[in-house]
Design a protein around this ligand. Sequence first.
Ligand code: SAH
Length: 459
Amino acid sequence: MTNAAPTNGKIFLVGLGPGDVVHMTARARQAIAESDTVIGYSTYIKLVKDLLDDKEVIRKGMTEELDRCYEALERARQGKTVALVSSGDSGVYGMAGPTFEVLFESGWKPGEDVDVEVVPGSSAINACAALVGAPLTHDACTISLSDLLTPWPVIARRLEAAAKADFVLALYNPKSGRRTGQIVEAQRLLLLHRSPDTPVALVKSAYRRRQHIELTRLERMADSDIGMLTTVIVGNSNTFVRDGLMVTPRGYANKYSMADSGLVVKDGEQSGRSLSMGLIGWRALAAAWLAEDEKRTLLDAASRFDMPFAEILAAVSLHGEESGCSWQASAVDVEDFTKAFNWARSWNRLRVIVRSEAGSVVELLLTDPDFQFKGNWLNLISDSAHLHVPWNKVMSIWVVAHHGTVQGLYCCDARGGRLLNMQPIAATIAFDPVATAHLFRFSAIQCETEQEEASADVD
Ligand code: SAH
């Protein structure tokens, strides 16, 4: 800037916490004390009235956010210190983002005429969680249901993704006088992936005069009194309520514990350590789980561990033998696909199953089919059918066997889902790893042998 002030001005972006002075940080109070001007919504300015003395105070309504940023910048450029206050944390749906945007737009660079300090505060997610117990002890996310500045499809996608991924959710801006349908729609989307019994906490005006707390369940959530000052906390699949406290366990250990699954590790098999459900260990556990009961199928394992089919195949491929599992799987190098299909063709009569993204399943019995690769398509042609499979979607090919007999050839997509599989109907094909290895190059599946430090993530 050409006419920069001789002394640097400063903007404090201050988070005041949920609404009670005792939950405001010492740095927040210090920042306000150091400021010439305090700008913010009047409810929050009231919280620091003992510090205002002879300061300039600019009270603004909810809708004038950008004006507040411009005013802060103008004064800071005159060499003044300005505190822009937000409730909770200034960076969580607060003033920090818009202020930086206005600053950058005006040509500002860090370290130049105006200094900026973000003073963190306890956000509603933290404050509300503290009032109901310990619902955030596992992975959590915040989603604002306000569709004033965000298109609803974006919000809906995030709600569904968070529900599916089993995050604990804190819903901000759940409902207002005019926006009443969003919380109902959010509930519907969450119920697509979560149990109706999932614990939900509705915390209104945390640490303020009209504080109100209600514990309910996902299927009842939208029936309760929810407003602008409510934060909705939705638990994950392990969250429980006991004696009025909502608690999310630190891990998922119980869900997959050896005792729970009835798994017994044989002596000497896993010397000195138990099987872990971590990135490295879970595959061994999945293979051991399959080995434990003859009747368990690969699909059972995919559903039990809630993992894609190809991940279960990888688990069997890496750990099936050591765990005594009756299933076998080997990943065929995708470059050998023509060989793989010619091999399948040699079975003469095949059951071919193709799954579409929309969920429909086509099952055909084919005799000596012709396979033709054309561009991105694999065409399966017989007297009775023409089937076109998007070949570019195939990311892995597997030979799968049970008790040494080939069950079929499985082609999986990038997510590890089953796209196409072919099974011999009439012939019994022995799965001889050595002979099959002559037929194909098997691709290496990544496997790290080092065990995680079991205690590394305990605070
Ligand atoms: N910067 C704030 C959030 C502003 S968005 C923060 O970090 O907390 C406004 C939303 O925050 C409200 O709709 C409500 O969902 C939540 N909220 C803010 N203060 C709250 C309080 N004291 N009790 C409950 N929810 C609160």
